[in-house]
Design a protein around this ligand. Structure first.
Ligand SMILES: Cc1ncc(COP(=O)(O)O)c(C=O)c1O
Length: 400
C-alpha cells in the first residue's frame, strides 16, 4: 500500500527542522482572550494585534454585537439549510440589501465565505470554451475557482498591464473571457492598476471580476474599494468580497449590475450545496456594512496609521513590500524562513502579533511578516509597535 501521506514528507521535514531550532510554532498561536479589535491575551500576556484583517475594527462595535445577539434570540443559532431551500431568512435578504446599497449595485448574493464566493462565481460563469485570465499572484480561492470550472486558464505577470493585453490579444476574439483581478494583493499590500487593466480588458471583449477583499470598507471615498478609488466602478462586471475582513464577521458575497445575475442562485454549486450563514452572522454583517457607509473618519485615521507605520519601519531599516503605503497591509520582507520565524517570535515576546507568511501563500518564494493595521489602533499604539519592531529587529539581527 502506498501511504497517501508520503507526498507531505518534505513539508513535515521542513517543519521539524524549523521547530528543532527552538523557535515556537508560528502557525499554532492561541488567542486566549480577545480584549478589543487591537489587543488580545496570548501566552498569558497582553499583545497588540497587528496581524488581523479587522481593518475597520468592527468586531467589538456595540451596534454590531447587539444585532447579533438579537438575531440569535429571535432566529436561533443556525439555519440548517441551503439558501435555495429553508436557509434564506429575512436577515440574509437584509444583508443583500445592505450590500446593494453599499456598492450602489443592482444585485447582491451572499455566500457562506469569500472563498466560496470566488469558487462559485468563477467556476460557474466561465464554462467550457471560455477563458479565465488571471494575475499570477491571485489568491488561492481564485485559483481553486479556476480549477473547479471547465474554462481555459491563462495567467499573466503580476500587475503587468502589457502582459495582460498580450494574453488577451492571443485569444480567439469570439470566445467568452473573464479577467480576474484583485484590488489589493494581500501578501505585499500593493494595489492593482485597475483603470488600465479594465480598459485593456474591455477593449478585448472581456468581462471583469475584481476581488476587493482587502479594500472594502477602507479604500475609496465610500469604502467600495480600489475600483472606486480609481473611478472605474461602472466598468467592473462583478465585485467579490468577504465579511471576514473589514466587516468583522464571516461570509462572502458577489455584487453586480448584470441583468441576468439572479440565475446564479440556481446554478452556482458552492451557493446551492452548502448551509447558509447563521442568522446572528448575517445580522452582524448587515449592521456592520451599513455603519461602514459612514466610516470616513475611520478611513482617514487608518490611512494615517498606515503612513506612520510604513515610514517608521523604513526609517528603522526594514525592507518593505511596497515603496509607498498603498493599503492597510505593510509587508516586512525577511531574509529566509528561519530568520522570519525568529523575528516573529521576538515580536511576540515583545507583545506584538503579526502574520508570518511563507510560500506557497507568498510570491517569489518570499518569507515575510505581514502587518495589517486597524482603524482602532491609536497613534500611541503605532508608536509602541515601532519600538517593539526596533528592539526585536536588533535582537534578531535583521536591522543594525
Ligand atoms: C483576496 C482574497 N479573496 C478571498 C478570500 C477569502 O475570504 P474568506 O475568509 O471570506 O473565505 C481571502 C481571504 O484571505 C482573500 O485574501
Amino acid at each position: 500500500m502506498t501511504d497517501l501521506f508520503s507526498k507531505f514528507d518534505p513539508l513535515i521535514q521542513q517543519r521539524e527542522d524549523l521547530l528543532a531550532t527552538g523557535v515556537t510554532d508560528p502557525f499554532s498561536l492561541v488567542m486566549e482572550r480577545v480584549v478589543s479589535p487591537t489587543v488580545a491575551i496570548c501566552n498569558g500576556r497582553e499583545t497588540i494585534l497587528l496581524g488581523t484583517y479587522n481593518y475597520m475594527g468592527m468586531t467589538f462595535d456595540e451596534d454590531v454585537i447587539a444585532a447579533g445577539k438579537d438575531a440569535l434570540d429571535k432566529f436561533g443559532s443556525g439555519t440548517t439549510g441551503s439558501r435555495v431551500l429553508n436557509g434564506t431568512y429575512q436577515g440574509h435578504k437584509e444583508c443583500e440589501e445592505a450590500l446593494k446599497e453599499f456598492y450602489a449595485m443592482d444585485h447582491a448574493m451572499v455566500f457562506s465565505t469569500g472563498y466560496q464566493a470566488n469558487l462559485g462565481i468563477i467556476s460557474t460563469i466561465a464554462g467550457k470554451g471560455d477563458y479565465v485570465i488571471l494575475d499570477i499572484d491571485s489568491h488561492a480561492s481564485i485559483y481553486d475557482g479556476c480549477a473547479m470550472g471547465n474554462a481555459e486558464i491563462v495567467a499573466f505577470r503580476h500587475n503587468d498591464v502589457e502582459a495582460l493585453e498580450k494574453r488577451l490579444k492571443r485569444l480567439p476574439p469570439e470566445a467568452g473571457k473573464l479577467v480576474v483581478l484583485e484590488g489589493v494583493y494581500s501578501m505585499l499590500g500593493d494595489i492593482a492598476p485597475l483603470k488600465e487593466m479594465i480598459r485593456v480588458s474591455k477593449e478585448n471583449g472581456a468581462m471583469v471580476l475584481v476581488d476587493e477583499a482587502h479594500s472594502m470598507g477602507f479604500i475609496g471615498e465610500h469604502g467600495r474599494g480600489v475600483a472606486e478609488a480609481q473611478g472605474v466602478m461602472d466598468d467592473v462586471d462583478f465585485i467579490i468580497g468577504t465579511f471576514s475582513k473589514s466587516v468583522g464577521t464571516v461570509g462572502g458575497f458577489c455584487v453586480s449590475n448584470h441583468p441576468k445575475f439572479e440565475i446564479l442562485r440556481l446554478v452556482c454549486r458552492p451557493y446551492v450545496f452548502t448551509a447558509s450563514l447563521p442568522p446572528s452572522v448575517v445580522a452582524t454583517a448587515a449592521t456592520s456594512i451599513r455603519k461602514l457607509m459612514h466610516g470616513s473618519n475611520k478611513r482617514a485615521h487608518l490611512w494615517e496609521n498606515s503612513k506612520t507605520l510604513h515610514k517608521g519601519l523604513r526609517d528603522l531599516g526594514f525592507t518593505l513590500g511596497t515603496e509607498e503605503p498603498q493599503s492597510a497591509i505593510i509587508a516586512v520582507i525577511m531574509p529566509d524562513l528561519e530568520k522570519g520565524a525568529m523575528m516573529w517570535e521576538a515580536l511576540l515576546e515583545e507583545g506584538l502579533y503579526v502574520n508570518l507568511a511563507r510560500p506557497p501563500a507568498t510570491p517569489a518564494g518570499m518569507t515575510l511578516l505581514r502587518c495589517s493595521l486597524c482603524a482602532e489602533h491609536s497613534s500611541e499604539q503605532v508608536g509602541e509597535i515601532l519600538g517593539r519592531f526596533e528592539r526585536a529587529g536588533k535582537r534578531v539581527g535583521i536591522i543594525g
